[in-house]
Design a protein around this ligand. Structure first.
Ligand code: MRU
Length: 342
């Protein structure tokens, strides 16, 4: 399986997701500023993956920081990484975890602090893969055998440290002997479905059909889709789910057509400080992602554009939320609070 992100002696190595599937290129970030830039420009993307990247960014920042000024530099590093993308809570969760560790290391030798932060970042990566496998084993029984699973965006190995959340559930279902195939929404405007999910599943030999986003309703109405599985960027206490823009439309279509709609996400994606999804900050991205395709204009110059990167699916459309600790169902206030406690 593809290595999304790695800690190496040279720096943080990431597969460049802006170039896939045409080119398989790895970039090495040698500073925390380069890690922050890689997150902003979507060299690395997907909620758990940007959490791992932020943790490694903190670690590499501290490795290069002036020991005489460590506290101030640590704050600066964390602030810059936290400003990269606003919606996926995993980013803030990972930075907070690095901050909590740093607080326990006060007064220690700088080399000891550095080594502990590097270990923690690597640990977050290793844990993420184990979490995805656990999510897979909880989710696999929900996937109907012999049917087609629809997914939106990329919630696979590329969006995590490995195995994936939504695609992890699909992989686990196949590993358990189920005969399933996947319909991947292309996911305009950034094309994570066409470029990343289609590529990743094809690499694994999982039968995959690419459709444009506006075809999902057509196939659901024909009875072709057995269930939907997507990832999440942030889940509020009431079970409202922020995920790639277009997820809400898929969820409404799924309910209309009696198709189960599952969300697979680690507990670190829960934000129980928010009572509903209305309070989740939604990233607005550059209008050129809408007006251009690979740098070629497809719209008249000067046209007004909106480009929200995520939308919020109200929990009434969500059949279940699959986490590494088990499966949550409505009422989500209770089931998610229980899972968050561990
Ligand atoms: O803008 P992106 O590509 O970072 O958006 C990614 C998604 O919306 C994913 O579905 C989500 O982060 C879950 S990834 C396991």
């Amino acid at each position: 399986m593809v290595e999304t992100i790695q800690w190496t002696a040279d720096g943080v190595v990431m597969i460049d997701q802006t170039k896939l599937p045409r080119e398989i290129v790895y970039v090495t970030c040698k500073t925390y500023e380069e890690v922050a830039d890689a997150i902003v420009t979507m060299v690395i993307r997907g909620a758990p993956a940007i959490g791992v990247a932020a943790a490694m960014g903190v670690a590499i920042g501290v490795l290069k920081a002036d020991p005489a000024n460590l506290d101030a530099e640590f704050e600066r590093i964390c602030t810059m990484l936290a400003r990269t993308r606003p919606t996926a809570v995993n980013l803030f969760w990972a930075i907070d975890r690095m901050k909590a560790l740093y607080a326990t290391l006060r007064g220690r030798q700088v080399e000891e602090i550095r080594a502990a932060l590097v270990r923690e970042a690597e640990e977050i990566k290793v844990e993420d893969i184990a979490i995805n496998r656990a999510m897979g084993s909880h989710g696999a029984p929900l996937i109907p055998d012999g049917r087609t699973v629809l997914t939106h965006c990329n919630a696979g190995a590329l969006a995590t440290a490995g195995f994936g959340t939504a695609l992890g559930v699909i992989r686990a279902a196949i590993d358990s002997g189920k005969k399933i195939d996947v319909f991947a929404d292309e996911t305009r405007p950034f094309l994570q479905g066409a470029r990343l999910t289609a590529w990743e599943l094809q690499q694994d030999g999982i039968p995959t059909t690419l459709i444009t986003d506006n075809m999902a309703g057509y196939f659901m109405r024909q009875g072709r889709i057995g269930c939907v599985v997507v990832g999440a960027d942030r889940i509020a206490a009431n079970g409202d789910v922020a995920n790639k823009v277009g997820t809400y439309s898929v969820a409404v279509l799924a309910k209309e057509n009696g198709v189960p709609f599952y969300v697979a996400a680690p507990v670190s994606t829960l934000d129980l400080t928010l009572d509903t999804g209305d309070r989740i900050p939604i990233e607005q991205r550059n209008s050129r992602e809408v007006t251009e395709v690979f740098g070629v204009p497809v719209a008249p110059e000067g046209i007004a554009v909106q480009n929200p990167a995520f939308d919020v699916t109200p929990s009434r459309y969500v059949t279940a939320i699959i986490t590494e600790r088990g499966v949550a169902r409505a009422p989500y206030e209770e089931s998610l609070a229980r899972l968050a406690k561990g």
